[in-house]
Design a protein around this ligand. Structure first.
Ligand SMILES: Nc1ncnc2c1ncn2[C@@H]1O[C@H](COP(=O)(O)OP(=O)(O)OP(=O)(O)O)[C@@H](O)[C@H]1O
Length: 266
């Protein structure tokens, strides 16, 4: 079996004359947690939308879990989970009803059993019969994660997963991501515009090289508890990231000195 979970070659997407994504080249191996880093508008959501088969590339290719996103989207979808930035759930249904609905759509067998197992794994039991309209942002997101992993996908996509969460929510989410990776063996592909999201996993000397091509994919070790600037230590589970920086006018480069450079260290 191939060790490659995701591979893109020249992956591009245009909207009319607007280039949303230009010739993305990246490879993610099975078992990795991968962070796609870029400012607002850099093309992160477009990338995830292409990789989850919700959008067709205008040129280039991509495979996910060994299947081509253009010629074999059904098999891609069967092998992935997806948590969009703004998770869409049914507010007037309970958590169990929501999960049943999504589980059945994904063809999950014995769906109630899987719901129980999944909520147990996420340490989120006790709210099954409550309506989503009463849930906080953090709780809704956990329902979103539950629906994304109900069918035990091999590759999990998370679009700006910490967006709108409080610090405790961010901490819980990071721990959950690591557990899904280590205990369920899921490859995790995560979009973020926050450098801190990537560095949270890793020691880093990765603030160097402010302007990179899209080929600047770098392996980070992670997730250790502390951060050792200037040095990469070895870790058996690599966390890779890829900075979506290109021409300054297109991607408003990620630079530590930029006004928009994230300064939070949640
Ligand atoms: N449907 C669309 N039609 C036209 N342009 C679009 C469309 N979707 C995205 N774009 C443009 O493509 C570029 C990339 O958008 P995308 O949403 O992928 O960026 P992003 O990195 O995810 O940004 P954000 O962090 O703000 O979500 C942006 O300039 C955006 O305005």
């Amino acid at each position: 079996m191939s060790t490659t979970a995701i591979a893109t070659r020249g992956l591009s997407r245009r909207y009319g004359t607007k280039t949303a994504l230009k010739e993305l080249e990246l490879t993610v191996e099975h078992g990795e947690i991968f962070g796609l880093l870029g400012h607002n508008g850099a093309g992160k959501t477009t990338t995830v939308t292409l990789l989850t088969t919700l959008l067709e590339p205008t040129s280039g290719t991509a495979t996910v879990a060994g299947f081509d996103v253009s010629s074999d989207p059904r098999n891609v979808r069967a092998n992935i989970g997806y948590l969009p930035e703004n998770v869409r759930l049914y507010d007037n249904l309970t958590m169990r009803e929501n999960l049943r609905f999504f589980g059945r759509l994904s063809g999950v067998i014995n769906v109630d059993h899987r719901i129980a197992e999944t909520l147990d794994f996420l340490e989120f039991t006790g709210h099954e019969n409550e309506r989503l309209s009463t849930f906080s942002k953090g709780m809704r997101q956990r329902v979103g994660i539950a629906q994304a992993i109900l069918h035990l996908p091999s590759v999990l996509f998370l679009d700006e997963p910490t967006s709108g969460l409080d610090p405790q929510g961010v901490k819980t989410l990071r721990e959950t991501i690591v557990r899904m990776n280590r205990e369920l063996g899921m490859t995790v592909f995560m979009n973020t515009h926050l450098l801190s999201e990537v560095t949270a996993w890793a020691t880093n000397d990765e603030k160097r090289g402010h302007r990179h091509s899209l080929r600047d994919s770098q392996r980070l070790p992670g997730p250790p508890p502390t951060h050792t600037p200037g040095r990469l230590s070895r870790h058996d589970r690599g966390v890779k990231h890829h900075r979506m920086v290109d021409e300054p006018d297109r991607h408003s480069c990620l630079q530590p000195s930029s006004p928009g450079w994230p300064d939070n260290r949640t």
